[in-house]
Write a protein that binds this ligand. Sequence first.
Ligand code: NAP
Ligand code: ZN
Ligand code: ZN
Length: 349
Amino acid sequence: MKVLGFAAHSATASLEPFSFERRTPREDDVVIEILYCGVCHTDLHLARDHGGYTTYPIVPGHEIIGRIRQVGAQVTRFRADQLVGVGCMVDSCQQCQPCLHGWEQNCLEGSTFTYNSKDRLDGSATFGGYSQNIVVREKFVLALPAGLDPAGAAPLLCAGITTWSPLLHWGVGAGTKVAVIGLGGLGHMALKLAKALGADVSLFTRSEGKSEDAIRLGADHVVVSSDPEQMGAVTGQFDVIIDTVPYDHDINPYVPTLELEGVLVLVGYMGPLSTPVNAGLLVSGRKAVTGSFIGGVKETQQMLDFCGEKGIVSDVEIIPIQKIDEAFDRMSRSDVKYRFVIEMSSLSV
Ligand code: NAP
Ligand code: ZN
Ligand code: ZN
């Protein structure tokens, strides 16, 4: 199937129109016409090869909302015309312990990602949501709850599940105190979800100007992380901290703000930290620094259903695909309110 998308051809090139072939749909596949695709900071990391493992050309995009155009003969849960979502994964082995447990993101054979990955059966390159259509194994297609704005729901497929999974795993709810570091795509979803779960929610930000928005998005308190006095005032406060900062940074100033046995969960930066973590800060108070990677298919559906019940969507700025480079530049400067979403009809004009 011939598909038009936008691709980067090198780490320094602008994204540009790119015509490519999607695999022929199989019997357990769903063919989706993409309506909206969120712009995640991971798209920027991968397009610019920050991690050193990008294969070009790359068509980014893993916050996909679209309408089903075709289903294979073995598809049972979906039918044509339904609105659905696709997130960061399109396949996994389905047999290892993590997969059987519903943790496909931790598949021991490696999950198949929506882009910059290889199809498990024919080895063809996967291309993401900055495109007209996508072909996805039914198991990895999510139902969009009725009533959710499709553009606003797109970022739930990555920013939503990536923050939901650690919030649930570490038992966030009424009576817990949660802090979020960084108010961008993941950060604003973390505020909304933690608030809806009943927690007392704080934001750590470098950007004083985001305080008013943070309160509107669900924060009860805002701490400007560059202000030592404000940092000192929250010593020993938080049960869970979700750290969404996309680049190397010193986490030591945040550890003392954890409550006894509190956890700081890294979900943003995934490389080596250049400032070593002071073990003394962890030992006294049995504090932990840990991480979390997106979420499984089942918990993604649970998160979407929760958002459907509570009417939670992302705050989005809708752009035509031709503005993607500008969106990447603004995202690099932390100037996003609070997720860019591409309107895919702009591709055909
Ligand atoms: P984003 O929209 O750009 O937001 C990141 C926020 O972090 C910024 O708005 C800014 O908030 C703060 N920030 C940025 N640079 C910083 C720096 N150098 N030091 C301190 N704070 C900084 O990005 P995003 O889409 O939310 O993604 C965040 C990270 O999560 C990316 O690295 C992405 O690749 C990663 N990610 C991980 C997973 C996973 O499974 N673990 C899934 C999706 C994305 P303030 O202005 O408030 O300080
Ligand atoms: Zn993402
Ligand atoms: Zn597996």
